[in-house]
Design a protein around this ligand. Structure first.
Ligand SMILES: *Cc1c(COP(=O)(O)O)cnc(C)c1O
Length: 440
């Protein structure tokens, strides 16, 4: 017997898959209702098992930056598939993909491919700890770095969506080696390093936090927060790991480092290690971590840090990644930026007209909408918004055929396929949804 409606599929799924999903936010737990089971997607449009069409503003949480089923990407994967699905041995696509990243992102001298963002951050921590012979990792509240044990404390994304303090199943000794500080709090960073600097292996931060909603790093005295972190870490023999899994090749051609990295030699700064995912795989499971050659040289087999993967550097994944990069030229970033700005304006107009308190924050072409009046600079701020208003807004948009992230703590993702006619469909849905948000 086969069930085909979303409701039937969800009921079956809940019998055999925990909460019916393979990643928590997909369960619609915080907004309620049945998640649509998707059947196919093209460009900016999704179709579900109930025959409904949606304009997509999730984009698989970032990878579908050229839109769904992009012809060049699909053709590249099809072609690669015909030559073999996996070798477990070197293949040319790995070299081409890594060369592309190295050429785009200054601080990346060497890169290793893995299969998810989680693997990338986990491996970067291991390298940092080996290089410094120290244990302690500093992270910021509201930043999400995948479901790595050591990084789940006060994490963003699903941990924020479900208001979890962290995760069960993480040992006390693991948690002890992670110090969580408020995002953007320079005094807290300085105080921690003054007290425990010699124990700290690395600071890990999202280059621009986007998993508690978008909270861009702020400047103070002409120094950006990321540069401040780099200088503070280095003054104490620690490293900076910049997590660009979400912002990489989306915030700009070079990721967020292209937005707040140095423009002149006099203020040169760089993270020591960087992590990537999402866009780099064009929709297939890929992550990567890289940075300074001396650090990456610590990896086995040349060095003492073990890290491996049966499917790492998979030929289909590298083909999808390269085809995606091929589409990400200057014109593509123009299109993304313009779609993002237009959408922000449409949302602001609709919410303002309906009298719904909101603030829209951006990081490059990324943006998110907080249902509160004042700017958000920390996780504490992000949590202090009207999530009930968001839920009403979300369901009204969904009913009107617009698929938003099912959480008030996520960025909204546009693609190069979000053309004017697609944005018009969103514009048509917004006034009703804004009214619903206002109807407390
Ligand atoms: C999505 C994300 C991760 C985790 O990547 P997965 O591929 O889901 O494991 C890590 N860091 C950031 C900043 C992310 O947005």
């Amino acid at each position: 017997m086969t069930s085909t409606s979303s409701a039937d599929l969800f009921a079956r799924a809940q019998q055999v898959i925990p909460s019916g999903v393979n990643s928590p936010v997909r369960a619609f737990g915080s907004v309620g209702g049945t998640p649509p089971f998707l059947t196919d997607a093209k460009g900016a449009l999704l179709h579900d098992a109930d025959g409904k069409e949606y304009v997509d503003l999730v984009g698989s949480w970032g990878p579908m930056i050229l839109g769904h089923a992009n012809e060049q990407v699909v053709e590249a994967v099809r072609e690669a598939a015909g030559r073999g699905l996996s070798f477990g041995a070197p293949q040319a696509g790995e070299v081409t993909l890594v060369e592309e990243v190295v050429s785009r992102v200054g601080p990346v001298e060497q890169l290793r491919l893995v299969n998810s963002g989680t693997e990338a951050t986990m491996s970067a921590l291991r390298v940092a700890r080996a290089a410094t012979e120290r244990d302690v990792i500093v992270k910021f509240a509201g930043c999400y770095h995948g479901h790595v044990d050591a990084l789940l404390a006060e994490a963003g994304s699903g941990v924020a969506t479900f208001a979890m303090p962290g995760s069960a199943g993480v040992t006390a000794s693991t948690a002890r080696d992670t110090v969580v500080l408020p995002y953007g709090d320079r005094d807290a960073v300085a105080a921690l390093f003054a007290e425990r600097g010699s124990e700290i292996a690395a600071i890990i931060t999202e280059a621009a936090p986007a998993n508690m909603g978008v909270v861009p790093p702020l400047e103070a005295d002409g120094i950006g927060f990321n540069r401040f972190l780099s200088e503070t870490a280095h003054a104490h023999g620690a490293l900076l790991i910049s997590d660009e899994v979400l912002t990489g090749f989306r915030a700009s051609r070079e990721g967020y480092y292209g937005v707040d990295g140095p423009t002149g030699t006099d203020d040169a700064w760089a993270p020591d290690l960087m992590t990537f995912g999402k866009v780099i795989g064009g929709g297939l499971p890929v992550g990567a971590f890289g940075g300074r050659k001396d650090l990456m040289g610590l990896l086995a087999p040349a060095g003492p840090v073990y890290q491996a993967g049966t499917l790492s550097g998979n030929p289909l994944a590298t083909a999808a990644g390269m085809a995606t990069f091929a589409g990400l030229d200057a014109a593509a970033y123009e299109t993304l930026g313009s779609a993002s700005r237009t959408l922000q304006q449409l949302v602001a107009d609709a919410l303002t007209t309906a009298g719904v308190p909101h603030v829209i924050q951006t990081a490059g072409t990324l943006f998110s909408v907080f249902f509160r009046e004042e700017p958000v600079t920390s996780y504490e701020d992000a949590k202090n918004q009207d999530t009930a208003a968001f839920t009403r807004f979300f369901h009204a948009m969904l009913d009107a055929g617009v698929y938003l992230p099912p959480s008030a703590f996520e960025a909204w993702f546009v693609s190069t396929a979000h053309t004017e006619s697609v944005l018009d469909r969103i514009a048509a849905a917004l006034p009703g949804a804004a009214k619903a948000a206002a109807s407390a």
